[in-house]
Design a protein around this ligand. Structure first.
Ligand SMILES: [Cu+2]
Length: 159
């Protein structure tokens, strides 16, 4: 703890700012959800998994493992998504950006049904906003710091 403190305090102003900036950037990044890819196999005339919950911005990729052709078509008449006919070994994917429940089926075999639920990103209360605010203050601060340094230098050379 003490050694770490000394290390920070022994650095010059620029290094301190850089370190602060890095730490804050990491904090902000940790608040973002990283998008994932979810795979659904179509095998044995079934979607597997047949229920899937994903986060907004995640991708879903279907792969037809059957010899029969299949589709992945939303029950809203394929308005949300429609893979079209997938023959053996074919894959098709989509990024889902709107929260909601999306029941879907195979157009060729209507008994094949499944569901995807897209959930809104887990709220990280205030972190994004506070992080942004601190970042703005840092930028303004470093600007002021640079200006002050310039002024000091001018005074020094003019004397
Ligand atoms: Cu099918």
């Amino acid at each position: 703890m003490c050694a770490n403190r000394n290390w920070v305090f022994n650095m010059d102003g620029k290094m301190k700012l850089k370190t602060l900036f890095t730490v804050l950037a990491m904090m902000m990044l940790s608040g973002f959800a990283f998008s994932a890819v979810h795979n659904i196999d179509i095998a044995g005339f079934a979607f597997s998994p047949d229920t899937l919950t994903i986060n907004v911005g995640d991708s879903v990729v279907w792969t037809n493992q059957d010899t029969a052709p299949h589709t992945a078509t939303t029950d809203d008449g394929g308005m949300t998504f429609d893979s079209g006919t997938l023959t053996t070994g074919m894959s098709w994917g989509i990024v889902l950006n709107t929260p909601g429940s999306y029941p879907y089926h195979c157009e060729i075999h209507p008994a094949m049904t499944a569901m995807i639920t897209v959930q809104a990103p887990e709220p990280v209360p205030g972190l994004g906003f506070v992080g942004l605010l601190i970042l703005c203050l840092l930028i303004i601060g470093s600007g002021l710091y640079a200006m002050c340094r310039k002024k000091t230098r001018t005074v020094y050379y003019s004397n």
